[in-house]
Design a protein around this ligand. Structure first.
Ligand code: URA
Length: 445
């Protein structure tokens, strides 16, 4: 059919067939649909939505618009002896789950070809964090990627031009036509890329709260359930957890700062109360879901026991080290991270204007403070300063006074540190209340 007739059908609220959706996505990939037609189609989908069958068809068409990685039937000695697993998050602040979860799953017998992204808006990006490591190559050749996944069990890399090319064009057009916030478009965009990696199972970490991509709890819940359903119908068993982003997940945000935190967790440098807190709990829960989905554990308790053992033994840390070295980073990053990871010129505490307890935070504003420090981008071509960020960020419910700062700021200059301090004070609400009167957010819903 003519593309304009298919766009007309969607405009008028009709459902498109799988074949029609396949034709349209083919036209997006090969350029036979004009930018105007892609924009009109995106708007028609935005306004009229898609039913579940259409969303599945769109996801499959985006997935199949380029290369789909396969890990089986490759010949003797080349097939992976365990399940291919991955996790995707809708984006957060202080969310370094991927850095810990990938190697941790690998240490438990899974294989993790993780295609990650850059920071977007106020959220940090896994690739930007990994690029804080000198020498780390986010774009290895296909052969090197395969070898690394086989030998280290994990490779966290960037999207190649061959992976889901329809999404790259569609996303760029959505971005400038006010059609980003559409459930079927978001779901097919996220899943099209992930499912092109040839996964046996996926777990989604959908964020809710002041730092989340979706504006309300209800919208986050709908995204989580739609993603799990659509991915599973497209042939990749997927579960989704809804996790809290009403404060940064780790007590830090920034690129090198978060890599340091990941190393501290993986090497069990943090013990007792300091041991990872919310970040470790979310990572452990997501990882347990994946071990179950990949049949590497038979029940939730067994999964957690395996995970705890592989963290304590140093096996997860060792997988991280192998991945970093395999992608060109320093072989002794774990032992000498102080030497290898960049440190900001100014590192200083930020105190609140009053004593009290942290009652609420604007997580998005904290993420934007990191961007303003130079840890994220204003325009896609901007360079990032990997050394800047925030550390030791106070948690909701924590007591704040002249001794306990709201956080430490890592900045390139005194002026930048001063500006970020103001942003922090505005973003973190401190009140004179008892702990019992603070509403503590539920971490995993
Ligand atoms: N992330 C994506 O990759 N695509 C979207 O549409 C939204 C978030």
């Amino acid at each position: 059919a003519l593309p304009q007739e298919l766009i007309r059908a969607k405009r008028d609220g009709q459902a498109l067939s799988s074949e029609e959706i396949g034709e349209l996505v083919g036209g997006i990939s090969d350029g036979s649909l004009s930018d105007a037609q892609v924009g009109a189609l995106a708007m028609a989908i935005y306004l009229n939505g898609m039913n579940a069958a259409e969303t599945v068809a769109l996801t499959e068409a985006v997935r199949d618009s380029g290369e789909v990685l396969t890990w089986r039937g490759l010949g003797p000695g080349l097939d992976l002896p365990g399940p291919v697993l991955d996790k995707h998050s809708t984006g957060g602040v202080g969310d370094l789950v991927s850095l810990v979860l990938g190697p941790w799953i690998a240490a438990c017998g899974g294989y993790v070809p993780m295609v990650s992204g850059r920071g977007l808006g106020h959220t940090g990006g896994t690739l930007d964090k990994l690029e804080a490591i000198p020498g780390y190559d986010i774009a290895p050749t296909r052969e090197r990627l395969r070898k690394l996944v086989r030998e280290a069990g994990v490779a966290i890399v960037g999207q190649t031009a061959e992976l889901a090319p329809a999404d790259r064009r569609l996303y760029a057009i959505r971005d400038v036509t006010a059609t980003v916030e559409s459930l079927p478009l978001i779901v097919s965009s996220i899943l099209g890329k992930k499912l092109a990696c040839g996964l046996d199972a996926l777990v989604m970490d959908v964020k809710s709260g002041s730092g989340a991509f979706m504006p309300t709890h209800e919208a986050s819940f709908e995204l989580a359930s739609t993603i799990a359903e659509v991915a599973s119908r497209a042939g990749t068993p997927t579960t989704a957890l809804l996790t809290d982003m009403s404060q940064p997940l780790a007590p830090c945000a920034g690129n090198a700062v978060e890599v340091r935190e990941a190393i501290a967790l993986l090497t069990c440098e943090k013990t007792g109360d300091k041991r990872g807190g919310r970040l470790l709990e979310v990572t452990r829960t997501l990882a347990a879901e994946l071990l179950l989905a990949g049949r590497l554990a038979s029940d939730h308790e067994g999964a957690l026991a395996l995970l705890d053992e592989r963290l304590a033994s140093g096996a997860a840390a060792e997988r991280f080290a192998r991945m970093v070295a395999g992608l060109g980073g320093p072989a002794d990053l774990l032992e000498r991270h102080d030497r290898h990871l960049p440190r900001a010129a100014v590192v200083r505490p930020v105190y609140a204007e009053r004593s009290g307890r942290v009652t609420r935070m604007d997580t998005r504003a904290l993420g934007l403070a990191v961007v303003t420090l130079g840890g994220g981008r204003r325009a896609p071509s901007d360079a990032i300063d990997p050394s800047v960020g925030l550390s030791d960020i106070a948690a909701i419910g924590e007591a704040i006074d002249g001794e306990r700062p709201l956080a430490w700021v890592h900045a390139g200059s005194e002026a930048d540190a001063e500006r970020a301090s103001g942003q922090l004070r505005a973003a973190i609400e401190v009140n004179d209340v008892a702990l019992g009167d603070v509403v503590l957010p539920t971490l995993i819903q």
